[in-house]
Design a protein around this ligand. Structure first.
Ligand code: BGC
Length: 721
């Protein structure tokens, strides 16, 4: 349909019909939904009338070809102008084939496979009737107490941006109208939701604009540069103003500066939350502020549908603002081809073939294997096939490995660790005991586990957090394993047998005691549907671990936030003139992370030569090449992620100790040497100055190359005008 026709639809719409387009309601409100709610009880309390439902613009959380078809059909029968509904849902890391949580995907450093995972998620969701996914979540994260770190790809703005782009490409493809196997993406949560104070969900965010622009905004911008159709606002404040009523964020930065023309949707209830935040004295003012600041769609509260009409009629809110927002919504409906094909790719037969197909599960298995990070290995892994194994712990036989956002994922269909290990071809003897539940247990369970372990040659401990312990509203102040599991670990470690910990969790944990009481640690995150297979492949050396952390693991919660791209301070530890006491440090733990950004082991081993620069000087607007020879010194083929960092030694404002600028994930044959060349552009040295100008500073720099942010070889260079 041509844009002209969209304008003519707009002209025919009454003010009520326009405003109803801004209303997003959950599935049960709609006729045709399987679990249909009567418009009584809570719905009536919200003031939802049939008239509103009949005209509301979008649905939250509907899926399944049959259900979506019947909702759309019933809706179109009642909708005066035949404007189709938009179906939106959280397809965060898979629809039914569940991939690892995004933090795990981040640790793969494999943007191609990440893109593929989003493409598969889109295909499964689209055939089930979904049009828009509330993903990617690209909030930069530094505080593992925050439960939602598992939804992010980590603590680095560059890497997060690369993944943001990959996910958007995967979800959206090139043409949403023609390629009905894709869905529109909605990047979230704008902005800086990941910086909640104390890691407590929904809490205040307050930071300098420079910090916001340098660390937090780039990944949202990257998603939009890739063509992301929608943006979701965040729950938190930014500089004293809730993001969902923040004109500077939405109108000035998103729309004016970045030229974003797509739809802005509030997070769940966030328009009404302007009231408890304390910037609106009631729903009416909340509606006015959110609309003026730029929110087009209000998710699950009713400030707009109840108050905007009166505000337009009284002249408080201009009808132009309303029209612009409606047009954006109609435009997306049109881009998705919904006016011509309101049922789009929905297809019950294909749904059966596509969902959880062999191919999809295969990609999930590959990505899960690449997402796991081998944190420790004292010559115990890979395990020999014939070793007598005891598999112990609450995650030994547990389908809760999909993570908190696996809305449509089935725990029953997930491959549990026991099945992955025991059902392998050629598997030797394996006995299993739970030892305890995730957060509770009995002496009998512990004793049984100890008896099983005593008979084995190797113990695999499957420990972690339940999915409820992270995700939204899943903040924790103590980020160690639950006490009962630490007790199990301590008792098992006293047996003195070779012990491997496999960890299932949604955040970097404090692993200090785990690292002292085990011989190997494999961080598996929530690995998704194919978790058990992927982990078994890694433990037995069918796959070689290649994951690298994208978020630092602290020594303890008291060290949080600890992140690699921090500042030096005026009194750094270890400086030649540093005093013993009066330096920036803790008295009881190191400053550095227990396991730093970029870190991860492999069954291969690699050495790095000194990096060589094509020139010791870089001119503004030009490039230099940084070349390093990397050798696989082992007899095993393996992947290495070669990382390039830069430090600006003297900026106009303080610069981070290291900033990731590039990386290359490469496969090395046994004993193979490869020369890796990165081209460093002057543009990559630019940053926001005190006046927010984005330029570079001529002067001294260091370029670093290495396997992780803490083990690097360096070369100096100068930037000149
Ligand atoms: C979450 C969003 C999500 C939305 C819709 C909110 O509570 O913060 O990330 O997209 O719900 O399910």
């Amino acid at each position: 349909m041509a844009d002209l026709s969209l304008h003519s639809i707009l002209e025919q719409m009454t003010l009520e019909e326009k405003i109803a387009q801004f209303m997003q309601l959950a599935t049960p409100f709609f006729e045709g939904a399987e679990e249909q709610g009567e418009i009584t009880g809570p719905m009536a309390e919200m003031g939802i009338t049939e008239e509103i439902v009949k005209n509301s613009g979008s649905v939250l959380g509907a899926s399944g070809a049959k259900e979506v078809r019947s909702i759309q059909e019933a809706y179109l029968k009642n909708n005066r102008l035949g404007i189709p509904l938009l179906i939106m849902a959280d397809i965060v890391h898979g629809f039914k084939t569940i991939f690892p949580v995004p933090l795990g995907i981040g640790c793969s450093w494999d943007t191609e496979l990440a893109e593929k995972s989003a493409e598969i998620a889109a295909r499964e969701a689209a055939v089930s009737g979904v049009h828009v996914t509330f993903a990617p979540m690209v909030d930069l994260v530094r505080d593992p107490r925050w439960g939602r770190v598992m939804e992010s790809t980590g603590e680095d703005p560059f890497l997060n941006s690369e993944f943001a782009r990959a996910f958007v490409r995967g979800f959206q493809g090139r043409n949403l109208a023609e390629d009905t196997d894709r869905v529109a993406a909605c990047v979230k949560h704008f902005a800086a939701y990941g910086a909640a104070e104390g890691g407590r969900d929904y809490n205040t965010v307050d930071m300098s604009e420079r910090q916001l622009r340098e660390m937090y905004l780039p990944a949202y911008k990257a998603a939009l540069d890739e063509g992301c159709e929608m943006v979701m606002t965040a729950f938190n404040t930014v500089d004293g103003i809730p993001a969902s009523g923040n004109k500077k964020l939405m109108r000035d930065i998103l729309r004016e500066e970045w030229g974003f023309e797509g739809i802005l949707i509030s997070d769940w209830g966030a328009v009404k939350e302007l009231i408890p935040h304390g910037v609106a004295n009631g729903e009416k003012e909340a509606a006015e502020k959110a609309m003026k600041a730029g929110v087009d769609i209000e998710m699950m509260t009713t400030c707009y549908v109840h108050h905007l009409k009166e505000q337009v009629e009284s002249g408080t809110v201009s009808e132009n603002l309303i029209d612009e927002a409606v047009l954006r919504i109609l435009t997306l409906k049109n881009k998705l081809g919904l006016f011509d094909h309101p049922h789009r790719g929905t297809d019950e037969k294909r749904e059966q073939e596509v969902i959880m197909s062999e191919e999809h599960r295969h990609v999930a298995r590959r990505l899960a294997a690449k997402s796991c990070v081998l944190l420790k290995n004292d010559d115990i892994l890979p395990l020999q096939a014939d070793k007598k194994v005891a598999l112990i712990g609450p995650f030994a036989q547990n389908g809760d490995i999909l993570g908190p956002w696996a809305w449509k994922g089935s725990r029953e269909k997930a491959v549990q660790l026991y099945d992955g290990i025991a059902k392998r071809e050629g598997a030797g003897s394996i006995s299993v005991a739970k030892g305890c539940d995730v957060a509770a247990g009995t002496e009998d369970e512990l004793n049984e586990a100890l008896a099983v372990a005593a008979e084995a040659e190797v113990i695999i401990l499957a420990l972690g957090e339940s999915s409820e312990m992270s995700g939204e509203a899943g903040s924790r102040s103590d980020i160690r394993l639950p006490e009962i599991q630490r007790k199990l670990l301590a008792a098992i470690s006293k047996l003195g047998k070779p012990t491997v910990a496999v960890l299932f969790n949604g955040r970097p944990l404090d692993l200090t005691d785990v690292s002292q009481q085990t011989d190997a640690i494999l961080e598996a995150w929530f690995p998704g549907t194919e978790g058990g297979h992927a982990i078994a492949d890694l433990l037995y050396g069918i796959e070689n671990p290649s994951g690298r952390l994208t978020m630092s693991f602290p020594h303890s919660a008291g060290q949080v936030p600890v992140y690699y791209n921090c500042f030096n301070t005026g009194r750094p530890q270890g400086a030649p003139d540093a005093q013993e006491r009066y330096v920036s440090q803790y008295l009881d733990i190191p400053n550095e992370a227990l396991y730093p950004f970029g870190y991860g082991l492999s069954y291969s081993s690699f050495t790095y030569d000194e990096p060589v620069l094509s020139s010791g000087t870089l001119k503004v607007g030009e490039t230099i090449d940084v070349t390093v020879r990397v050798t696989n010194t082992s007899e095993r083929e393996g992947e290495e992620t070669v990382q390039l960092y830069v430090r600006d030694l003297s900026g106009e404002v303080v610069r981070p100790l290291k900033e990731l600028k590039d990386f290359a994930k490469l496969t090395f044959k046994p004993r193979e040497t490869k020369e890796v060349t990165f081209t460093l552009r002057e543009e990559q040295l630019r940053y926001h100055h005190s006046d927010l100008q984005f330029t570079s500073d001529p002067g001294d720099f260091i370029v670093y190359v290495g396997p992780n942010s803490a083990e690097l070889k360096e070369q100096p260079f100068k930037l000149i005008n």
